[in-house]
Design a protein around this ligand. Structure first.
Ligand code: NAP
Length: 763
């Protein structure tokens, strides 16, 4: 090996913030260890001066089915164009990929990056790490980073001895690694309710054993019933209100009773599924996690904990406050294109109340503020659930008013991307829009929380969870999909400053939806459809998504579909606004400009959404063409020839329950927009999926794809469906095109490059 380099460059490409966070942590640790270098997002590759890099550490995640993250598309365009064989001759690389084995092209981006860098002359100085989110990224990321520190000295010089303990950088890791358990918290528990109760001063003893007390009740003279006896007569009427602290027996103030007093014009909004009227209860009080600490033994040596993440963000309190009735603002949100506040103009529910999923179809009024074409998607900037935000604020910030009205600037040396617009922002908006409160925690977050936990037993447990020895507890934490509040509830003496959470929590991501309309049919509007996600974790604790429950509240006035023709509710008058922005159509998932081009469209469930836009577009183009009139003896036949065949493969569970866009699809068949509509019904008699129908049609598909140069579009779930469809196309090429499976797969990849086979796959 030649001369060592004097500095390193880290490049990251992040979809949800993980790769950025990991890259920046490697950067800060490298600096602490005495190395000199820089860290850039891949799209800032010009600043990074790629041709001068001697030691490159690249951290990249994947999106869709092994596609590069949105923030690295510019970088990838540059790399694709770069054919200079010796461009990276002086560069030594180490690559860390973040992927998920649930998807067929596991960590494709990291593999492609290594291949491309090597083809341009780079050599690998440390074998790539391919982390798998299905098992927990940490399982690969942590040891990969640990061993990076052994590999780096071979190619890179240190500039100083770093600022680790006693100047000895190798002690740096040990400083946090060795935690000796002094107590055996599982055998005797000096921090139990009973033990702590012994230290309560006499004047406070009467407050013990109140219902909901932190200390377990045994007999309860202060129960709801008992205390109710002392309530003065004029306050008796407030007893037994729903959600009262005092247990209801009969409840004259129940939802049903109160509904009787709702004025007639508002009656129609009662009892609708997910109506705002029904959803009154405060949902987020936090659920303590169920964890087994029997493995945590006295005298145990814990190791392998992550470093405590370095703080990059600082909250600077401003003199300004925000008035109480001012609405939350999305100004602090970092988005790739500007945010438009789009009014909801129409809503309908596409499924019946007994369907497996509830799907809503929403129309937004975008005026002329946002241009799009069928196949585009957009991002919705949805807040975290308000009751969760409130509860986290109440838990972490002693005065709620402080959190809601006081304004701050977030400052820092190298702020993570998601904090870069956080100026004049309230803590509430930071928790609403900027940080993720619902994604299962990283180990490093738990390590940070341990730093701010005062009870020794709780602190020890937190450190145990993020140690090598506590890996099954860590997995159990993640499986329970806790919110930040659940974690804080599990460790009541944990009180981190909000400031420290800003860069330790993942960024709150926008949610993306395909546009299900054509601007030719609905100028100034966009339509989209989405499923409401509600589920319970392993311990029966309810969990839900972020954007869809929020949208569901906004649009929750609409009843479930009861017949073939769902009611459409015009909600324009309600001036409900949704902050949205246009997403770059990275895969150019759009219609070919030549209408003669035949198409195969495959999209089960809400995967049909972009194709509704395609079909509306073709329908309108056909109408426009017809209105122009034809010449010759068979004008309408001649016009028809200008429009290629369209075959649609669509799937749902039961025709009567979740056949989304039923009416519209059947109209497309009737007016000739769709040549053939193939419906895969999965739960009526046999389980039939779209790929099963394709398998029945292999001859026809071959004719369309090979003889008529048809384009094949696939939209939907990246995990199962996309692979099933790909397998059928391979089968078709093996049977009819005399290729073996490897060559068939290679041809399909070529078709992806030439836009003959396009996929818009969703995690
Ligand atoms: P879904 O309701 O879960 O499923 C629709 C149909 O697909 C059901 O009949 C289901 O059958 C079947 N199915 C299940 N596994 C399959 C497999 N391996 N191969 C083929 N078919 C299969 O669909 P969805 O939840 O709407 O999901 C569609 C996907 O499209 C999601 O990943 C979503 O994120 C994505 N997407 C959403 C949008 C949007 O704008 N909202 C746009 C584009 C794509 P069984 O359940 O009976 O097995």
């Amino acid at each position: 090996m030649g001369e060592k380099a004097s500095s390193y460059t880290i490049l990251w490409a992040s979809q949800t913030g993980n790769a950025e966070w990991i890259a920046k942590n490697i950067h800060s640790e490298a600096k602490e260890r005495g190395y000199v270098g820089e860290c850039f997002g891949m799209d800032a590759y010009e600043k990074a001066q790629l041709d001068k890099i001697r030691v490159l550490i690249a951290v990249t995640s994947n999106t869709g089915d092994g596609d590069p993250p949105d923030h690295s598309l510019k970088f990838w365009r540059f790399m694709r164009r770069n054919k200079e064989a010796g461009y990276f001759n002086n560069c030594q690389v180490a690559i860390l990929g973040l992927g998920d084995t649930n998807y067929s092209n596991f960590n494709n981006t990291a593999k492609r990056l290594e291949k491309k860098l090597k083809s341009l002359g780079a050599t690998v100085f440390y074998e790539k790490g391919l982390a798998d989110d299905a098992e927990g990224l940490e399982n690969v990321v942590d040891p990969w980073i640990e061993k990076l520190w052994d590999a780096l000295p071979k190619v890179l010089e240190k500039k100083s001895e770093g600022n680790g303990a006693n100047g000895d950088v190798d002690n740096l890791a040990n400083k946090v690694e060795a935690v000796k358990i002094e107590e055996s918290p599982t055998n005797t528990n000096p921090y139990s309710g009973e033990e702590r109760a012994k230290n309560v001063p006499p004047e406070a003893q009467k407050y013990l054993n109140l219902e909901n007390s932190l200390i377990e009740p045994t007999t309860n003279p202060y129960s709801g019933e008992e205390r109710a006896k002392n309530i003065p007569p004029e306050a008796q009427k407030y007893l037994n209100l729903e959600n009262s602290l005092i247990e209801p027996t009969t409840n004259p103030y129940s939802g049903e009773e109160r509904a009787k007093n709702v004025p007639p014009e508002a009656q129609k909004y009662l009892n609708l599924e997910n109506s705002l009227v029904k959803n009154k209860e405060k949902e987020h009080l936090g659920h303590a996690l169920t964890l087994d600490f029997s493995g945590l033994q006295s005298g145990m040596q814990l190791s392998g904990m992550p470093r405590i993440p370095a703080a990059s963000a600082k909250l600077v309190r401003l003199e300004k406050t925000r008035s109480l009735n001012e609405a939350p603002t999305t100004q602090c949100v970092v988005t790739p294109t500007p945010i438009t506040e789009a009014a909801v103009s129409r809503v309908q529910c596409l499924t019946t109340h007994d369907a497996v999923k509830r799907t809503l179809h929403v129309e937004l009024d975008i005026g002329d503020g946002l241009e799009y074409e069928p196949g585009d998607a957009f991002g919705v900037v949805a807040p975290n659930d308000e009751s969760l935000v409130e509860a986290v604020l109440e838990r972490l910030v002693p005065s709620t008013a402080e959190g809601y009205q006081t304004l701050y600037n977030v400052e820092g040396e190298s702020l993570p991307t998601h904090l870069q617009n956080s100026k004049s922002v309230s803590l509430a908006d930071l928790l609403r829009y900027v940080v993720d409160l619902t994604t299962p925690p990283r180990k490093a977050l738990l390590r940070l929380l341990a730093e701010y936990t005062t009870e020794v037993e709780e602190k020890t447990k937190l450190i145990y969870i993020c140690s090598k020895q506590g890996v099954s507890q860590f997995n159990s934490v993640r499986e329970q999909v806790p919110t930040l509040l659940d974690i804080l509830k599990t460790f009541p003496s944990c009180n981190p400053p909000v400031e420290r959470l800003l860069d330790a929590l993942p960024p709150h991501m926008p949610r993306y939806y395909s546009i299900a309309s054509s601007p030719l049919k609905y100028p100034g509007k966009i339509h989209f459809a989405f499923n409401i996600i509600d589920y319970k974790n392993l311990y029966d604790v309810p969990r839900k998504g972020v954007a869809t429950p929020w949208l569901d509240q906004l649009t929750g006035f609409v009843a479930a579909r009861s017949s073939k023709n769902p009611t459409i509710l015009d909600v324009a008058a309600k001036s409900i606004k949704v902050p949205i922005f246009r997403k770059e159509n990275a895969n150019a998932f759009t219609l070919p400009s030549d209408t003669k081009h035949p198409l195969i469209l495959i999209g089960p469930g809400t995967g049909i959404a972009p194709f509704i836009g395609f079909l509306q577009h073709r329908q309108q183009q056909l109408k426009i063409r017809k209105s122009m009139g034809g010449v010759g003896t068979h004008p309408s036949r001649d016009i028809k020839k200008e429009f290629g065949d369209i075959w649609v493969y669509y799937g749902f569970r039961e025709r009567a329950k979740d056949y989304l866009f039923e009416q519209e699809l059947e109209e497309f068949v009737k007016d000739g927009t769709i040549t053939q509509l193939r419906l895969a019904v999965s739960r009526e008699s046999n389980k039939v999926y779209v790929q099963d129908l394709m398998r029945q049609d292999l001859d026809k598909l071959y004719d369309l794809i090979i003889n008529q140069d048809c384009s094949t579009y696939v939209c939907g779930d990246a995990k199962g469906m996309a692979k099933g469809v790909n397998d059928v196309l391979v089968e078709m090429l093996v049977q009819h095109h005399q290729l073996d499976a490897v060559a068939a797969n290679k041809l399909l990849i070529e078709w992806m490059g030439s836009r003959k086979y396009l996929r818009d796959l969703w995690a």
